[in-house]
Design a protein around this ligand. Sequence first.
Ligand code: F6P
Length: 330
Amino acid sequence: MTNGKSIKKVAVFTSGGDAPGMNACVRAVVRTALYHGLQVTGIMRGYEGMIEGDFQNLTSQSVSNIIHRGGTILKTARSQRFRTEEGMQQAYRALRAERIDGVVAIGGDGTFKGATEFSNKYEIPFIGIPGTIDNDLFGTDFTIGYDTALNTVIEAIDKIRDTAQSHERLFFIEVMGRDAGFIALNAGIAAGAEAVLIPETVTDIRKLAEDLEGGWLRKKTSSIVIVAEGDDIGGAIEISNKVKELLPDKYDIRVTILGHIQRGGNPTCSDRVLASRLGHAAVEALIHGKSNMMVGTVHDKIHFTPFEKAVKHHVSVDSELLNLADVLSY
Ligand code: F6P
């Protein structure tokens, strides 16, 4: 492979919310870089560690036995300081002092917003890899961690269904997704939820209450409503309270907030393979002189999207899936 831009040393970091598969991705970045004769530095705690110069030399051994582990060995953070001019300057100086020629950033929306601003001001090339359970980035079929999170969520919903069925209850289950309903919608379909409420659609509480009552009249003995945390009406507690006001007392209502359990655990096979492919592609992209782009897969093929596009473009929910969730909940 030709090393057009004379890249000798690359750095890798994870940033934003952790996602299962980040470790597999770090491993792929490190091993690919070493394979091509490059040195690799791990930046600890995302942009925070970049600002502070918290760097670690990574060897092949540093990333052995991590492909199957959740979380991120590089730690992660959401950095306020990197949003300031001073923070960015400090980060630039630290990268230069470490003689970094290219950076691989693994994270979500916030990570790429930071990378876009940074790369508009400083000449160090960045390649981004989508790592977030939310699956809300433009330019990739899937983000690393999404498949694992979905499996965690449906396993939890299945368990709640057992108790809901036994007690003949109505459950509101809140899942992650501050701005996006992909987890809620797909988990809702996979777990046979009676309703799915997501930020991308307007929630009609009266219709929801009517639909739930209709289900009970058709002899349903339990109901599950999946609520994405960013729904326009509010979280599961708020929505359950509003529904309670409209339904007769006979409904025994409970709320479960799945919370951060959704971000942990061993990555699924799909997430490990995706993470490995993207980590490999990111290093090769730096070697070929690419910069300021996110690498993802589109129709299962490696695809590059400029940061600005990945950040600005919104991924819309699939109306076919919305309709499917509605029809199958009858
Ligand atoms: O990683 C993205 C995300 O999972 C969102 O869906 C959620 O709103 C947020 O992280 C929660 O983040 P924190 O760990 O800061 O509570």
